[in-house]
Design a binder for this molecule. Structure first.
Ligand code: FAD
Length: 511
């Protein structure tokens, strides 16, 4: 499709490289010596058309990344924009925030996010016989411990050296704000983002999709970013993968600070992520929206047999769920103010061998390729890393003959990274929700590490927390764009030369 054809189909022409920087990167003090803003990225000499199914974080970040290197992009999202933005909180670890910094979105991100100062682990024992308490996570976050059932186990300050090396920051913000950042930037760079556009049929051999309106769209490559339960994953796997239950679910909710202050005048929200540990249950809380709201998640047994995912999870009444569960008075009052609570099951999905369809023209990214448990720190980060890597590879596209090898290169680069990260996230959930002797070992390890004094890595060594800290520095320090560059330097360029030579031998013009 030419640029003119694209314009008539609703997409805008590709801006020149000079206009691609979205904003002048601003360098916060703590990152001054480590941040080296990247110039406008190299542009492809062979622009092609990508049709992306799904306008969640993966689809939009991918659209933005591909536009930055000069490809044409249409995003098809079945929900209206407001519904697709979501409602709750997300954490942006350094490996995610640094991508936005590299893309010139530092100001947009920092205007919506707060920097996480530390992790605070507390322990909550239930005083009601034969009951398991939902641990009272809000008390440390609100800066005091009004009930005597909570013990502060340990505090983890983010290691300044580690953060410096990662070139990113650990941030907390709302999902709608992150969605807006990618969506606005992608549209600004000329991506054709269509909401209320449900794809009802995916036809990889024809590189085409059909919308519920009957409209048919085709491109050079289809990208499946329609989530773990979407059509694209089904098309690649050859069957639906609903995932198998793990027995755990996450209750994700929001509580306003203004509400809590109606019964607790001492509140002063901190820039911390608080994790409260109870037998087989855990609660996580952190501030979002300029400290107006507490993003609040409870990990608990999936007693109700929850189904669905974020966009279709049934609303629940958290006060009812936690009633009679032996929670502290403070938490009982707090959850009365819970808004927009959703319960999402934690499921184990098939680990796909291939993210590329057999015909080589449909690629899965984000949750569609590698479902993560809901509300994990790295699920969103992996979705964005996918787009960054894909765009880096396709910035080198100089002929149609390279397309398939770039899609498989993407798969090769991303699969090992995602498997490692997912294993770490599952380990973190197991640690948070440990019960019995495993929980006792975890708590002992946290207490012992905390006793080493301020600044100690409380997640280091011993018990079920073993190795977590070491994994964290690897997780956060990873630079996905460098990985893609390395693949190009080591393999891609050689293949390109070999291909050019064989074309020259056949008397054809090299790309
Ligand atoms: C509405 C929503 C709210 C969320 N809120 C949070 C949150 O608060 N905190 C958090 O940690 N994580 C949240 N998530 C999950 C988080 O965004 C993902 O884990 C991660 O960012 C990767 O997402 P993804 O884009 O790969 O997949 P998803 O987030 O699942 O996005 C897939 C997108 O594809 C769309 N789609 C599906 N089928 C079709 C179709 N046939 N045609 C067109 N479009 C289709 C869906 O509507 C959805 O927008 C939310 C996800 C959604 C969809």
């Amino acid at each position: 499709m030419s640029d003119d054809e694209l314009s008539s189909s609703g997409a805008r022409p590709i801006p020149s490289p000079a206009t691609l920087a979205l904003s002048t990167p601003r360098v916060p003090d703590m990152q001054e010596e480590t941040t080296t803003p990247r110039p406008s990225p190299p542009q492809t000499s062979y622009p092609i058309t990508f049709v992306i199914v799904g306008g969640g974080i993966a689809g939009l970040a991918c659209a933005l990344a591909l536009r930055r290197v000069g490809h044409r992009v249409t995003v098809l999202e079945r929900l209206e924009r407001d519904a697709a933005r979501g409602e709750h909180g997300v954490r942006a670890p350094p490996n995610l925030s640094k991508i936005l910094f590299h893309w010139g979105l530092r100001d947009a991100l920092m205007s919506k996010a707060s920097i996480m100062d530390k992790l605070v682990f507390t322990k909550c024992e239930c005083k009601v016989p034969n009951r398991r308490a939902f641990p009272c996570v809000t008390t440390p976050l609100l800066c005091h411990l009004p009930d005597d059932s909570s013990e502060t186990l340990a505090e983890q300050l983010w290691d300044a050296e580690m953060l410096k090396e990662t070139q990113g920051l650990f941030l907390m913000l709302s999902h709608p704000d992150l969605h807006d950042i990618f969506c606005d930037a992608a549209i600004q760079l000329g991506a054709d983002v269509r909401f209320s556009s449900e794809v009802v049929e995916v036809d990889p051999p024809s590189r085409a999709v059909t919308l519920s309106s009957g409209e048919r769209l085709s491109g050079d490559v289809l990208i499946g970013a329609d989530g773990a339960l979407g059509q694209c994953r089904t098309a690649v796997l050859g069957r639906r993968d609903p995932g198998s239950p793990t027995g755990l679910a996450v209750y994700d909710t929001l509580i306003s600070l203004a509400y809590v202050s109606t019964f607790d005048p001492r509140v002063a929200l901190k820039s911390w992520q608080c994790l409260a540990l109870g037998g087989g249950r855990a609660a996580v809380a952190y501030p979002i929206r300029g400290f107006e709201d507490i993003s609040f998640q409870l990990y608990a047994p999936d007693d109700a047999g929850a189904s669905g995912c974020y966009e279709d999870a049934a609303p629940v009444d958290l006060a009812l769920v936690t009633k009679d569960s032996g929670i502290s008075d403070h938490l009982r009052q707090t959850v009365l103010g819970a808004r927009k609570t959703k319960v999402i099951p934690i499921r184990q999905h098939v680990d796909l061998e291939d993210w590329v369809s057999d015909d080589g023209r449909l690629l899965l990214i984000g949750e569609a390729a590698h479902p993560f448990p809901p509300t994990t720190i790295q699920g969103t980060a992996m979705a964005v890393e996918d787009g960054a890597v894909l765009a880096k590879l396709f910035s080198h596209l100089s002929s149609a003959a390279q397309i398939e090898s770039f899609l498989y290169a993407f798969q090769e680069i991303r699969q090992s990274r995602v498997r490692n990260v997912r294993a770490a996230e599952l380990g973190a959930i197991a640690m948070l929700t440990a019960d019995g002797p495993a929980a006792a070992a975890r708590d002992a390890s946290l207490r012992a590490n905390a006793a080493r004094g301020p600044g100690a890595n409380v997640l280091e060594g011993g018990g079920s927390a073993e190795g977590v800290w070491e994994e964290y520095s690897v997780l956060f320090g990873y630079d996905c764009e460098d990985e893609a560059d390395e693949w190009w330097v080591q393999w891609g360029r050689l293949r390109q030369r070999a291909q050019d030579r064989s074309m020259a031998a056949d008397g054809e013009e090299p790309a």
